[in-house]
Design a protein around this ligand. Structure first.
Ligand SMILES: [Zn+2]
Length: 1096
């Protein structure tokens, strides 16, 4: 029962963290010496027989949500002893291995029945009730020409939202895009668009001769019917009428409205636009765009847009007009505003239902009872009280949880609490852990569970008096009574087989086939490993890591190495029977680095030489994973496999694959097969790995198709990571690979983990997204979990919620630390509940919504045609916005697009998801790229999806050179580029520098050390190190951006009008994309039309 501090009058949580300061204490808070066990250390120094069969109080009542206990738990009665928390025994972590070093029956591991490709539920495309059928959507789309007139080059099919159109002619000759690490030396096709950059100017804002086309409508209430009139033949649907005088002249009270209102998708900007003023000025207070400009100035400055909307009568002869991009919601402005408004104050988590600052804002968090947004972010912090309301709004209720998130140095890591031999205090019924929301009653002798309302006895050693408010007097001395996040030390009951775990092991498994040797990979890797082994993760200031290491090399056969410290030289053991994999040695395979250093160094020196002359091109893959997993099993520990692999595993062995890449499947009903594994063998293998706590990280070095969709199954299901370095060449890719590897080896990982999310009555977790395995409907099993991976959880109502009590989430993660300690990390979060839809819309977070929607869609492509997935997203978005319009916005003309303030970026971000490579690939995107990105996004946190879908574009030469702050970002559109400047673009995976053709010679010299633009090497990946302010500043910025991201971003220098520029333009996401993706403006118009259709 010790918390980490005892009587000493130090500030409650002031002491250093990782040392578990409290363990030695024998006094339970407030009751010195009462019933404390003499030695609380006993619990984690080894099995204490007396504890093993002590059922927690109330075990006879199983938690209401616990799954059916699997048969194999027979020896551990359900709810009793081990894993009581999760309602079942060691099943989650695999069958209790009674077998050691057992050869697997040949057919068993690989031949078992294939599991579903994804462990959780199949994509449910309509989470909350029936939206219009996709047929309707299709019909709408077929009926319009949204974007045809906007870009000079007519799109192939004229549709912004259709399936990716056949652009093969434009980009089909684009070999390896380099988008995700493919060979950047690939030749890009000539630009298909002649116009290139028009220079610095934003779109021409022509004279207001268009005014007549915006015949003001009669003002008044909604006029939906008239708004949905038929399109004129040949007339592009550009969205709703632009001119909305009724709204434009709206009273100032509009500014207070929570919604963001735009007159017709963005009404005509006021004249200040033509004088180069920022449109942003108008976006304050939630109402933006020209809508507030004085009406008389409504001469349209648009450089010709079609008559937006369906108002008949615009002169057909006028050149097409377009919306003013400055008048529509700007991601840059929203990010900037949030930084300015919320970046200076710490975010204090004491208040229920507070929406945290955006992920793009730097802020500190003070935990005062709710988990930090670094651990949990929600789509909404105010949940509708009833499922009917939720269905009406269609806003997904989801939490993006990063249980082991790394914190900035200024914030303390979770305190570790030791409740002694009886283990963490929990509710007897639902098994929720003690937390600040539990209500103590009867003078402190009992507590009422905040999740299930069950009244529980307070164990004597935990008793404490209550103050006059009913709060325990020791509440602020105990993390579990005052903080949102903390850890409990787990007792042996929480350990597999009722045994405390051994420290984990890392096994490095290196492909030594011809490709790996020839590219220089093996030599580089072996050299690097020598130094990397000194940086294995350690805990709490430990001098050396507890992690043991082992080494395997392979091609068609596997080579195990004995690196026992007593040996003079390493010994190799070859296993050629890959169909029946076993580990040929126990002793000497997994060793401590410090003890076996000399033998390990010798081995790493020898490996490149041993295989230098290999002619073996074929590889196996599944047997490699099998071998690593068996080795961990034999050593009775959890761990991680680092596999370095180069080719499609075509050698005769379990898990053998064939090349089934077929681009012709794109846009067919069979496209989903490209994302599905081609054999069930890997799922079966993953299941075994999870049972053993064996996490797999895969480093791929393909020269061609390797079937990432299949090879990534095991990493994906074991909480591992996949890295891909296409056409790997040491000279080009060394830095990126080394950086990623270093980070991957050093990062702190929790092993053999199980996560459960409990909720208060009324809602429950129904769906999960991420890199994990689930064998029942509640427990998320993670062979490994690092500080970057998130698990996204969707909630649904199963009862009515109460405004007063709100809704509670508790995420409990049971895991083994890098040092082999079994712990529980608890995160609690209280949310508000509402009976008014407006409250829901006021407390949403669009970045989190997009994170959820992207993951939902990316899983959907496994089961549904990609077009269906896209249509579903569009429909859901339209429903969300239509519901707001109908129920929350003040009455106004249907011609106005009205967006909730918190969701005004939903359309632009959703459009980015829709035209991402997974959902709408360009011709240069390979099947492997798509599978790779798909699985990456699955585990991304909100900050990562935010920049991934809407890249950051920074002008490098606009701000004064002395300025030390990061230059302010600009919108991701070609129109924002000036040919006299240089820009940097990054999205977390890719990094570009774009050089305008008109950049001053001096700037070129300072940055590239060449005398003119034409001499800059296109595709350059390293900037020369030059001793001048500009060079230092840009290189410094690149370093800082790389440090912010979880993966090393390789730089590509792109010149304006150069072939490679097409790669760069792919990331200008506000523009129409070559693969047929709509521009932001067009999408907004489309969205408006969808909304109006729903409302009419
Ligand atoms: Zn309970």
């Amino acid at each position: 029962m010790n918390v980490n501090q005892s009587a000493p009058p130090v500030p409650p949580y002031g002491q250093p963290q990782p040392v578990y300061p409290g363990y030695h204490q024998s006094s339970y808070g407030g009751q010195p010496g009462s019933t404390a066990p003499p030695n609380t250390y006993g619990a984690y120094n080894g099995p204490v027989p007396g504890y093993q069969q002590t059922p927690p109080p109330g075990v006879s009542r199983a938690p209401p949500s616990s799954g059916v206990p699997p048969a194999s738990t027979a020896q551990v009665p359900c709810g009793q002893g081990g894993y009581g928390q999760f309602g079942q025994g060691d099943v989650q972590n695999g069958p209790s291995s009674t077998v050691q070093m057992q050869r697997l029956p040949g057919s068993q591991p690989f031949g078992s029945a294939p599991l579903a490709p994804v462990v959780s539920q199949p994509a449910v495309l309509q989470p909350y009730g029936p939206p219009p059928t996709s047929a309707q959507v299709t019909a709408q789309m077929a009926g319009m020409q949204i974007s045809g007139s906007v870009t000079p080059a007519p799109p192939p099919s004229g549709l912004g939202y259709g399936p990716p159109t056949s652009l093969a002619s434009a980009s089909g000759s684009f070999p390896n895009s380099g988008l995700y690490g493919s060979c950047p030396q690939g030749q890009a096709p000539p630009l298909s668009q002649a116009q290139g950059h028009s220079g610095a100017q934003p779109p021409q804002r022509s004279a207001p001769q268009q005014a007549s086309s915006f015949t003001p409508q009669a003002s008044g209430g909604p006029r939906m019917p008239s708004m949905t009139g038929p399109l004129l033949p040949g007339q592009s649907f550009g969205g709703p009428p632009l001119n909305q005088p009724n709204h434009v002249s709206s009273p100032p009270s509009q500014a207070l409205h929570p919604g963001t209102q735009m007159a017709g998708p963005p009404g005509p900007p006021p004249p200040m636009h033509s004088s180069q003023q920022q449109g942003y000025q108008l976006q304050q207070n939630g109402s933006f765009g020209p809508t507030r400009g004085p009406q008389p100035n409504y001469g349209s400055p648009y450089p010709g847009a079609p008559a937006f909307g369906s108002q008949p009568g615009p002169p057909q002869s006028l050149p097409p007009k377009r919306l003013d991009p400055d008048a529509i919601p700007s991601p840059i402005q929203v990010i900037e505003d949030d930084r300015n408004n919320r970046g200076s104050e710490p975010f204090v988590t004491g208040v229920r239902g507070q929406v945290p600052p955006l992920v793009t804002t730097n802020f500190l968090v003070k935990d005062q009872g709710n988990a930090s947004p670094r651990y949990i972010r929600c789509t909404s912090y105010n949940i509708p009280c009833t499922s009917d309301m939720a269905k009406q709004a269609q806003v997904p209720l989801a939490a993006v949880i990063k249980p082991l998130a790394r914190l900035p140095p200024e914030e303390a890591s979770p305190y570790v609490v030791d409740h002694g031999e009886s283990g963490p205090l929990r509710c007897n019924r639902c098994k929720a852990y003690m937390c600040p929301f539990m209500q103590f009653v009867e003078g402190g002798r009992r507590f009422q569970c905040c999740f299930c309302s069950c009244i529980n006895d307070v164990p004597p050693q935990y008793f404490q008096h209550l103050d006059h408010t009913g709060k325990r007097v020791d509440a602020y001395d105990r993390p579990e009574l005052s903080l949102g996040s903390y850890e409990f030390l787990a007792t042996v009951d929480y350990c597999k087989n009722n045994k405390f775990p051994s420290p984990p092991a890392f096994i490095f498994m290196i492909d030594v086939s011809y490709n790996a040797i020839r590219s220089g990979l093996v030599r580089l890797l072996c050299e690097e490993l020598k130094s990397l082994l000194d940086f294995l993760p350690r805990e709490g200031g430990a001098e050396e890591s507890a992690i043991r290491v082992g080494f395997v090399t392979y091609n068609k056969v596997l080579h195990f190495y004995n690196v026992k410290s007593s040996l003079a030289q390493p010994q190799m053991m070859v296993v050629s029977d890959v169909a029946d994999m076993f580990v040929p040695l126990l002793d000497g395979f997994l060793v401590s680095v410090s003890e076996s250093r000399a033998v390990i160094i010798s081995l790493l020196d020898q490996i490149p030489e041993m295989f230098a002359d290999t002619r073996e091109t074929e590889t196996v893959f599944a047997p490699v994973i099998q071998a690593g997993m068996e080795a961990l099993k034999a050593a009775e520990c959890a761990g991680k496999l680092f596999i370095f692999h180069t080719s499609l595993p075509i050698a005769e062995a379990p898990g053998k694959l064939k090349n089934r890449d077929d681009r012709k499947l794109i846009n067919t009903d069979k496209e989903k097969t490209l994302f599905q594994p081609q054999t069930g063998a890997y799922q079966a293998l993953a299941k075994e790995c999870v049972a053993q706590g064996c996490c797999v990280d895969l480093f791929l070095f393909p020269n061609q198709y390797v079937d990432v969709a299949t090879l990534s199954v095991v990493p994906q299901l074991t909480g591992g990571s996949v890295y891909k370095y296409a056409c790997f060449q040491v000279e080009n890719d060394q830095e990126r690979f080394m950086s990623d590897l270093r980070r991957d080896v050093e990062k702190v990982v929790g092993f053999d983990a199980v996560m459960r999310v409990r909720t208060s009555t009324g809602i429950r977790a129904v769906d999960f997204f991420g890199a994990f395995y689930m064998s029942n409907t509640t427990d998320v099993e993670l062979a490994g979990l690092d500080g970057e991976k998130t698990v996204t959880v969707e909630f649904k109502h199963d009862d009515r919620l109460n405004e007063e009590s709100g809704a509670l989430l508790q995420c409990a993660l049971l895991y083994t630390s890098c040092a082999g300690q079994r712990r529980l990390r608890i995160h609690n979060l209280a949310l508000n509940c509402c009976t008014q839809l407006a409250d829901l819309y006021r407390n949403c977070e669009t970045d989190t919504l997009i994170n959820y929607m992207a993951k939902f869609a990316y899983r959907g492509v496994l089961n549904s045609p990609v077009k269906t997935v896209r249509d579903t997203l569009i429909t859901q978005c339209a429903q969300i916005l239509a519901c707001y319009r109908k129920n929350c916005a003040s009455p106004s003309s249907a011609g106005q697009l009205i967006l909730p303030e918190c969701m005004k970026l939903l359309p632009v971000y959703l459009n980015c998801v829709l035209k991402s490579d997974v959902l709408q690939p360009g011709a240069e995107v390979t099947t492997d790229d798509r599978a790779y990105v798909r699985q990456l996004v699955t585990s991304m946190d909100v900050a990562e999806t935010n920049v991934f879908f809407y890249p950051r574009l920074l002008p490098l030469t606009k701000s004064p050179i002395e300025s030390t702050t990061e230059p302010p970002a600009i919108r991701a559109s070609e129109e924002r580029l000036s040919n006299g400047d240089i820009y940097l673009l990054e999205n977390g995976l890719n990094l570009f520098i774009w050089v305008g053709a008109g950049v001053q010679q001096g700037v070129v010299q300072s940055l590239f050390n060449v005398s003119s633009f034409s001499q800059i090497t296109s595709g350059l990946s390293v900037l020369p190190v030059l001793d001048n302010p500009l060079s230092k500043k840009v290189r410094g910025l690149i370093d800082s951006l790389r440090a912010q991201r979880s993966r090393y971003m390789k730089l590509i220098v792109v010149k304006q009008e150069d072939k490679l520029e097409m790669l760069f333009k792919h990331f200008l996401v506000e523009d129409k994309s070559l693969s047929g993706g709509a521009s932001y403006v067009d999408f907004l118009c489309h969205m408006h039309k969808e909304i109006r259709q729903l409302l009419s």
